[in-house]
Design a protein around this ligand. Structure first.
Ligand SMILES: Cc1cc2nc3c(=O)[nH]c(=O)nc-3n(C[C@H](O)[C@H](O)[C@H](O)COP(=O)(O)O)c2cc1C
Length: 135
């Protein structure tokens, strides 16, 4: 099974989760500046929400996917939001890439809130999520 992990992370919180997921599934986590170069069965795509949306670079990344992706699974860190699905679903739809119903989200530090998050428990939960997605 071919698996890829891509992330967009301004401050490093989502990258931390990307690294945990990538390690669990045995691939390298890469930023979305690195396009997929070959077909994959599963794409783990992670970002944080910024101002109740995802960054335009994330939307463009999805729009520019030029290989076959069997399905995508989302992960995010956020101060409050628990899902990024509604911000990216239409872009995956346009590409006919199914989104797994399962999505991982955890708190990410923001200003004085959620200091230390994501923490080791969050990383472990992300690992469990990743294992479930690929099983
Ligand atoms: C400019 C900005 C806007 C944000 N807007 C939101 C938001 O709308 N909803 C939310 O839950 N968190 C919001 N956050 C918090 C981030 O999503 C959170 O800190 C996340 O963990 C950052 O991930 P990163 O370190 O991978 O960039 C915002 C953070 C920043 C810096």
């Amino acid at each position: 099974m071919k698996i890829a992990v891509r992330y967009y992370s301004k401050g490093g919180n989502t990258k931390k989760i990307a690294l945990a997921i990538a390690k669990a599934v045995g691939v390298e986590a890469k930023p979305i500046t690195e396009p997929l170069s070959e077909d994959v069965d599963i794409l783990f795509l992670g970002t944080a929400p910024y101002a109740f949306d995802v960054d335009d670079n994330v939307k463009k990344y999805i729009q520019n996917i030029s290989v076959h992706v069997g399905k995508a699974a989302l992960f995010s860190t956020a101060a409050g939001l628990k899902s990024i699905r509604k911000y990216v679903a239409k872009y995956f739809d346009e590409k006919n890439i199914p989104l797994d119903n399962n999505e991982f989200s955890c708190r990410g530090s923001y200003l004085m809130f959620h200091k230390g998050r994501p923490n080791a428990d969050d990383e472990q939960n992300a690992v469990q999520f990743a294992r479930k997605i690929i099983s």
